[in-house]
Design a protein around this ligand. Structure first.
Ligand code: AHG
Ligand code: MN
Ligand code: MN
Length: 297
C-alpha cells in the first residue's frame, strides 16, 4: 500500500499536507551530494547553519506557503512563526527541516521532523493532531502518526512511499542514547545512567535525534538529552524536536518526559524554548521520574 492510500481515511487537508511534505522530502533526499558544507549564516540559536539546513528550510517554507494548506508555520531555522493568511486551512506546522545536520559531512542518517496542529502551534504536545518524520538513511523512510497508530513507509525506486510497517509499537529493549557530556551530568541523571549501565544497557548515540529515537522506537530503551551543568534547560528544542518525536514514541506505547512531567503536557512559552528530554519505554521514563522524585524529598 502506498502513503496516499494509507492516508485516505484522514481529513483531506491533513492528508494533503503530509503528501506535500513527502514530495519535498524526496527533493531533499536528492540534494545531499551537491550541498555539502556550511552556509555563511547562523540561526536564532547562534548555531552555524549547514547549506542543507538553509536549503531544506527554504524549500519546505516556499512549498508549504504555495500549497495553501498551512496557515501557521514555525521552523527551527526561523526566529518567528510565519503566518499565511490566504491559506484555505487552519493547519499549523512545526518544522525541524534538517535534524542532525552535524552528521551531513560524515554521511550518517539525518531527518526532517514535523508537528501538525489545528491552528496555533504554541501548544502542549497533547494538542497535536499528528506528527511525522522523514529519515534520510540507506533508505529514505517516512513515519507518521495521526493518533491511529504509528506507520512507516519507505521510498521505492520510483519515488513512491510504500508501506514498510503498520502499527509500530515500542518493544522492551536495552539500548540507551545519552546526549551531553558525562562530566556535566546532574546528580539524578547520573544515577539514572548508572542504573541503566548496571542493568546492561548498550550505548547507541549518533548525534541525530531523529535517527537515535527511530532506533529506540524499533529496539526499545531510552534516548535522553538531559539538563546539564551550565544548561538546566537542556539542548533540544521543545517545539521542533521534543514534542513531535515524544508524541510518536508515546503513541507507539512508550513515553516522553523532561525528567519530571509528561513532555507532552508542557505548554511552550516561546518558539525557541529548550527542554531536557527523555524519550523511550515507559519503564525507563518511570525510572528517571522516580529518581528525580526521591531526590526532591
Ligand atoms: P539540529 O541538527 O536540528 O540542530 O539538531 C541537533 C540536535 C539533535 O539532532 C541531536 O540529538 C543533538 O542536537 C546532538 O547534539 P550533540 O552534538 O551535543 O550530541
Ligand atoms: Mn534538530
Ligand atoms: Mn535542524
Amino acid at each position: 500500500m502506498n502513503l496516499e492510500t494509507h492516508l485516505s481515511r484522514h481529513d483531506e487537508d491533513v492528508k494533503n499536507v503530509i503528501l506535500r511534505i513527502s514530495e519535498v522530502a524526496k527533493t531533499i533526499s536528492g540534494g545531499f551530494a551537491s550541498r555539502q558544507g556550511a552556509s555563511d549564516s547562523s540561526n536564532v540559536y547562534g548555531e552555524r547553519q549547514s547549506a542543507l539546513d538553509v536549503w531544506a528550510d527554504e524549500l519546505l517554507i516556499s512549498d508549504l506557503r504555495d500549497s495553501g494548506l498551512v496557515r501557521y508555520l514555525a521552523s527551527e531555522e526561523q526566529p518567528d512563526v510565519l503566518t499565511f493568511p490566504d491559506s484555505a486551512t487552519d493547519l499549523g506546522l512545526t518544522l525541524d527541516p534538517l535534524d542532525g545536520s552535524s552528521l551531513i559531512g560524515v554521511n550518517l542518517s539525518v531527518g526532517t521532523i514535523v508537528g501538525i496542529y489545528r491552528g496555533n502551534v504554541l501548544c502542549p504536545g497533547n494538542e497535536l493532531l499528528g506528527a511525522m518524520y522523514v529519515l534520510y538513511g540507506p533508505l529514505t523512510t517516512l513515519t507518521y502518526c495521526l493518533k491511529e497508530g504509528v506507520h512507516e513507509f519507505a521510498m521505492d525506486k520510483k519515488g513512491v512511499f510504500v508501506l514498510l510497517k503498520e502499527n509500530v509499537t515500542l518493544p522492551d529493549g536495552k539500548i540507551y542514547g545519552p546526549g551531553a557530556l558525562r562530566r556535566d551530568y546532574l546528580p539524578a541523571h547520573r544515577a539514572f545512567i548508572e542504573t541503566l549501565e548496571e542493568e546492561g544497557y548498550k550505548l547507541r548515540y549518533s548525534g541525530s535525534l531523529v535517527a537515535d529515537v527511530h532506533q529506540i522506537l524499533h529496539k526499545g530503551g531510552v534516548f535522553t538529552y538531559p539538563a546539564f551543568a551550565g544548561n538546566e534547560r537542556g539542548k533540544l528544542r521543545l517545539l521542533f524536536e521534543a514534542i513531535p518525536m515524544g508524541f510518536i514514541v508515546s503513541q507507539a506505547g512508550g513515553a516522553a518526559s523532561d525528567g519530571h512531567r509528561d513532555l507532552l503536557s508542557i505548554k511552550p512559552e516561546g518558539v525557541c524554548q529548550r527542554v531536557p528530554v527523555y524519550i523511550g519505554g515507559k519503564r525507563e521514563i518511570d525510572l528517571i521520574v522516580d529518581i528525580n522524585k526521591e531526590r526532591s524529598v
